[in-house]
Ligand binder design. Structure first.
Ligand code: FBP
Ligand code: MG
Ligand code: MG
Length: 300
C-alpha cells in the first residue's frame, strides 16, 4: 500500500519551490542592506566575461549559503560562478544574484532572479517548476510564478512579505517598451520593428538598464521588453538558464508571450550553463510582430 503520509513528488516539488521563494524574499532586505559600500569592481570576470562588483559576489554568497541549505535543493548555480555546486539531492536552483548591478553607482533599480528546475543543469525550459524575481526599487517587491500562476508580493525591511496582487496578468492595453543593446548594433529588421513600436502613440519608452526593472514595467503596464539579437552578438546578452528561461516563464504564466526571435524562450535549448539568448517578452501581439519581422531576416 502506498504511504499516504509521504508527500507525492508534485507536493514535495511544490513545497521546495515555496521554500525557495520564502528564502529569496526573506533574504532580499539583507541583499539591500549589503549594497552600500559594495560598489567597487573586483578583479577578474564572471563566466560571461563581465566585470563583477563586490555586491554581485556578496549576493551570490548569501544566496548560495541560504538556498543551498534547503532540504529539497540539490544543486545551486549562479551567473557569477563557472560550475554548478552540488548541495544535496533535489531540485536545481539557478540564480542571477544581482541583475543590473551596473545600476549600483547611479542608484537605479536592480533585481534578483531565481529559476527552479526539476532536472540537472543545464536544464531545459520544460523542466522549470517555478521562477521568481525580486525588484529592488523604491520599495522591494517579488513576482513569483508557479503552476501557471503569478503572485506579486511587497517585502518589508524585516523580511516579512505579503501579497499585493494575486493572479497577475499582463494588461491588454499596452503602453511601455524598453529595448537593450546599442541602437547602431540592432539588425535592420529589429530596428524596423522598434520604429513601429516607437511611432505608436500609445507607447512610451521605459528603459532602465536592469532587465527586472524593465520587465516589471511591462508586467505592470503592458508592452514589450527586448534584449535583441545584435549585429555584434547574435545571441544578445542575456543568459538562458539565469535570465531567459525564468523571465519567459513568469511572463508566459502572466498571460504574455516570450521569444528568442523564432520560438518561445521556454523551447530554447542550449548545452552550456552560461549560454546566451536574445530575449523578447511582453504582450502576445508585440512578440508575434517581432517574430514576423525577424523571420523576414531569415528569408532574406
Ligand atoms: O547595459 P546594457 O547593455 O543596456 O545591458 C543591460 C542589460 O544587462 C543586464 O544588466 C544583464 O544582467 P546582469 O547585470 O545580471 O549581468 C540586464 O539586466 C539588462 O537588461
Ligand atoms: Mg542579469
Ligand atoms: Mg547579475
Amino acid at each position: 500500500m502506498p504511504d499516504r503520509s509521504a508527500p507525492s513528488d508534485a507536493e514535495s516539488i511544490s513545497a521546495t519551490v515555496d521554500a525557495v521563494f520564502d528564502v529569496v524574499a526573506q533574504s532580499a532586505p539583507d541583499v539591500r542592506e549589503g549594497l552600500p559600500g559594495r560598489r567597487a569592481t573586483i578583479e577578474g570576470e564572471n563566466p560571461s566575461g563581465e566585470t563583477q562588483k563586490q555586491a554581485d559576489v556578496y549576493a551570490d554568497e548569501l544566496f548560495e549559503s541560504r538556498l543551498g541549505a534547503l532540504d529539497g535543493v540539490g544543486t545551486y548555480a549562479s551567473e557569477e560562478q563557472p560550475e554548478p555546486i552540488d548541495v544535496g539531492s533535489g531540485l536545481s536552483v539557478c540564480v542571477d544574484p544581482l541583475d543590473g548591478s551596473s545600476n549600483l553607482e547611479p542608484n537605479a533599480a536592480m533585481g534578483t532572479i531565481v529559476a527552479i528546475y526539476d532536472g540537472d543543469l543545464p536544464a531545459t525550459g520544460d523542466q522549470l517548476v517555478g521562477a521568481a524575481y525580486v525588484l529592488y526599487g523604491a520599495t522591494t517587491t517579488m513576482m513569483a510564478a508557479q503552476e501557471s500562476r503569478v503572485t506579486e508580493y511587497v517585502i518589508h525591511p524585516d523580511g516579512q512579505y505579503q501579497v499585493i496582487q494575486e493572479e497577475v496578468t499582463i494588461p491588454e492595453d499596452p503602453s511601455v517598451y524598453g529595448f537593450g543593446g546599442r541602437v547602431p548594433n540592432w539588425v535592420d529588421e529589429f530596428a524596423d520593428f522598434a520604429a513601429g513600436v516607437e511611432s505608436d502613440p500609445s507607447m512610451k519608452l521605459r528603459y532602465g538598464g536592469a532587465m527586472i526593472g524593465d520587465v516589471n514595467q511591462v508586467l505592470t503596464y503592458g508592452g514589450i521588453f527586448a534584449y535583441p539579437t545584435l549585429e555584434t552578438a547574435a545571441e544578445g546578452k542575456l543568459r538562458v538558464q539565469f535570465e531567459g528561461y525564468p523571465v519567459g516563464y513568469i511572463v508566459e504564466s502572466a498571460g504574455g508571450a516570450s521569444s528568442d526571435g523564432s520560438q518561445s524562450l521556454l523551447d530554447v535549448e542550449k548545452d552550456d550553463l552560461h549560454a546566451r539568448t536574445p530575449v523578447y517578452v511582453g504582450n502576445r501581439e508585440f512578440v508575434d510582430d517581432v517574430e514576423a519581422a525577424l523571420a523576414d531576416r531569415e528569408q532574406a
